[in-house]
Design a protein around this ligand. Sequence first.
Ligand SMILES: [Zn+2]
Length: 458
Amino acid sequence: MSKYVASIPLGDIDRIRIYINSGKLPLRQIVAQEAPDLAITGNFWLYGSYQPTCPIKVDGKVLATDAYHYPALIWDTGPDISMGIVPPGGACGKMNYIANSAGLYQGKPETMYCNPDVRGRRGRTGWGFCGGALAFIAFPDGSDGMEPEELRDYVQGLGWSDCIMGDGGRKVNYYNRSTGDMVQGRDPSQNLILVYKRKRAPSEPDDSDKEDKPMSTKYTVCLDPGHGPDTVNGSPDGSYKEREFTWDMYTRIRPLLERHGVNVICTRTEDTKPSLTARCEVSNRAGADLFVSLHSNAEGGSGWGTARGLLVYTSSGPMTAKRNVAATAIVNRAHEAEVLLHGSGVAHQIEYTVLAKTDAPAVLIEYGFHTNMEDVDLLKNSSYRDKLAEATAMGVCDFLGIAWAVESGGDDTDTPAADWAAEAWQKAKSNGVMDGTRPTDPITRQELAVVLNRLNLI
Ligand SMILES: [Zn+2]
């Protein structure tokens, strides 16, 4: 039976919000954009109008009411969340509530009111309380489908005191950052509950990106040369094999990092191909500070394609998360080295195992497309590989706060700003308006948008 259950103590909650999915976005995209710790389908909505049908209030605005009393999740910001009753008309002192078909209220089973069209044994979601903690459950569609009452009885068996059945059927959308679970329904949810956990103090253990280490501690970076001996990925003309490239890149990056005092570990040997989960375990056991997976990209289809450039994947936003700080550092160094980027150079993919199941901040670098003739010529070139390896190691050192030591009198790429701009440049860096790299480069339109946004001008 595939089911997904989560419970979050109220003390761990920073905030809870209802996300109105007016763009009809798939869950993966919502997670990438909004970066919640947990997301789950909200309440019923009408196919025709795309409007919710049960009581819901979002940030002080009532979006739907009904003529009955509804048990609901009710809160102002999130840590204060409780089960309560929303009266007919929806008047309620709190900023947010969400109701649907209630199954349990204060330990007692409720008669579950729902229309025949939402009955049947189908995928279900539920939200409520168990042992005083906020609790969530999701059953995907398929053989494990349930009638509403079966869901109620099931969670009562788990010890839940309160349960509201959310929307289900083809709209079971559920994500849990700490377990890496992502269940995406065939249809989007019109609204979702997003939970954000409290940021932990540095002294507390952290279950996501690691906290800063004291300067005296040696950093450990786990390099993951993608694939292995029997992997066939390569260029359409057979002149390039991804598995050889990834191993070769590992052998080039490793000494650069070690020269800077970094302890480097590797997920495999040249002649082995461990599972993706096993690769994560190597990193997790070592308590790595950063996980870097090395790959080259492929466009769909069997022949040559047009897609080009370097792209670094992380599991999800926000861009201030350590994994994205690391990805941005690597991309900036690659850009400085005049490596062509694919799009902005950073993208998110929550479903990559090595990004989701690593404890350390994790990035996956696609150095270029081996399905593109120009890219593959570069990827086969030894001095280009050196350039990629150096940009990677420099970005990793930037992320770890290690000053890059030029080996033999080469150029220092970290050019200071010109005198006339020095003061403004310093201000922009120290206020976080700009990241302090590439002082003399032209600015792209998306970089300009980010700057305007940081200045609250848009
Ligand atoms: Zn690959």
